[in-house]
Design a protein around this ligand. Structure first.
Ligand code: ASP
Length: 448
């Protein structure tokens, strides 16, 4: 068996065994005492998440410098940068509109037995009360609001201390700095040639390191999935939230398997499903870890070595995408927010749906590539809709604590939306390879 295939089989085994063992744990321990399983998540963190996170900042820095120096020409960078941002926003907007449509058609929060709804609310409140860390993150997001969240992004875009950005794992500032530094190296011409060679060599070394770390993925995803399923239980999937879960998964599946492939086919004329298969290691890692940031090293390696994306494109599009391009999160936020309003019997008008679409897109950009980030930035969307509702006489609003209702099943949905996020980045890298191929063959392939 080829090494790549062996790894795929092992990761798949890790996912399936993790789900199986998790379900057994749920039936025996997790159901009564979910916290008893926390050792599994701690072990998954040690085995996989931490080694991957260790790579992120140096990898982002080196890969962006390599991308920019190889593009050389600032106008080319402008073209790729502009097209990439346009691609991110358009696909996220489509995702969120798709989410709003799916939830409005399926109406998972309408017609539930009032007793069940009451039970869900009470359970949700208790869940949230128990999770002090999440509560604090949500309170921060509420205080910050949409304006504050964007101000935060702007501040990250214009950092004052690159070492601090690196030590706090804030990728945006590092990307900006690497971009400017790469441009300067390119502009300096032959005198900067040794530095350019150094970064290219360093990138090859980084990739080799990533290749080693990737072999930890099967064990890591096994531990993390066993922990997730052990706390939630697959049986929850057919509980009262099943229509909601179904709506999120259905929307994500449409986006992943129809919308993004169509976008890729239209813009590259290449077979998107073949590319999907080539990217399987990255999407499975995203699914297992629920973190697009942690998946970045795997995604970058897979896109270039197996997916046929150019270094010039992927080295720039993937790091930026893992930070701001979140199709899955945007879609999920729309479904989740509208579902909660439905559950509380609050009808949203078309104008409020538009608010959901806009704020969910912007909130998804602000979400970090870590687990539950989408759940936290959802507070911004709920607050924006509440503000609009409170302007109307006698209109009830949604208590923020209602988010607790979907907290219990969130991690499973997080796995699905993170896989969609990473697939969206990969399609972006493939599309931009057309504008910035590395080799003659890629150029020919890009031109069809
Ligand atoms: N976990 C997601 C990611 O890393 C973000 C989210 O919570 O939606 O991409």
């Amino acid at each position: 068996m080829k090494r790549g295939n062996l790894l795929t089989v092992l990761i798949l085994l890790g996912l399936l065994l993790g789900a199986g063992v998790g379900e057994i744990l749920y039936q025996t321990i997790g159901h009564e005492d979910p916290d008893a399983l926390n050792a599994l998540s701690a072990a998954g963190d040690l085995v996989l998440i931490r080694p991957l996170m260790l790579m992120i900042i140096p990898l982002i820095f080196v890969s962006v410098v390599v991308a920019v120096t190889s593009l050389g020409d600032p106008s080319k960078l402008g073209l790729i940068g502009g097209s990439t941002i346009l691609y991110y926003f358009c696909t996220m907007l489509v995702a969120v509109i798709l989410g709003a449509t799916v939830v409005s058609v399926i109406q998972p929060g309408v017609g539930l037995d009032p007793e069940i709804t009451e039970g869900l609310r009470a359970e949700g409140e208790q869940r949230l009360e128990r999770d002090a860390e999440l509560q604090a993150r949500m309170a921060d997001a509420e205080d910050m609001g949409l304006g504050g969240a964007w101000m935060n992004i702007l501040e990250q875009l214009i950092p004052t201390n690159i070492v601090e950005e690196m030590s706090e794992t804030r990728p945006l500032g590092v990307i900006v700095f690497a971009l400017l530094f790469g441009l300067a190296l390119a502009a300096a011409g032959h005198r900067a040639e040794p530095a350019v060679q150094f970064f290219n060599a360093a990138f090859s070394g980084m990739m080799r390191l990533v290749l080693w770390i990737i072999w930890l993925t099967p064990i890591g995803v096994f531990l993390l999935v066993a922990w997730t399923v052990g706390r939630i239980g697959l049986i929850e999937l057919v509980g009262p939230l099943s229509w909601y879960i179904g709506a999120v998964v259905f929307g994500l599946a449409l986006h992943m398997f129809l919308v993004l492939p169509a976008v890729m086919y239209l813009l590259t004329k290449q077979n998107p499903y073949r590319f999907f298969w080539q990217m399987r290691k990255a999407t499975m890692t995203a699914f297992g870890t629920s973190s697009s940031a942690a998946t970045l090293p795997v995604a970058l390696q897979t896109a270039e070595d197996e997916g046929g994306c150019s270094k010039k494109s992927a080295n720039f599009v993937m790091p930026l995408g893992s930070t701001i391009n979140m199709d899955g999160t945007a879609l999920y936020e729309a479904v989740a927010v509208v579902f909660l309003f439905q559950l509380f019997g609050i009808d949203l008008s078309f104008a409020e749906l538009v608010i959901v679409v806009i704020t969910a897109t912007l909130a998804a950009v602000g979400a970090a590539g870590i687990p539950s980030a989408g759940l936290v930035t959802m507070v911004i969307v709920v607050t924006a809709v509440n503000t609009s509702l409170s302007g109307q006489p006698d209109s009830p609003t949604l208590p923020i604590a209602a988010i607790g209702i979907i907290l219990g099943v969130d991690r499973i949905l997080d796995m699905c939306r993170t896989a969609t996020n990473v697939w969206g980045d990969a399609v972006g890298a493939k599309v931009m390879t057309r504008l910035a191929p590395d080799t003659e063959e890629e150029l020919e392939e890009a031109l069809g």
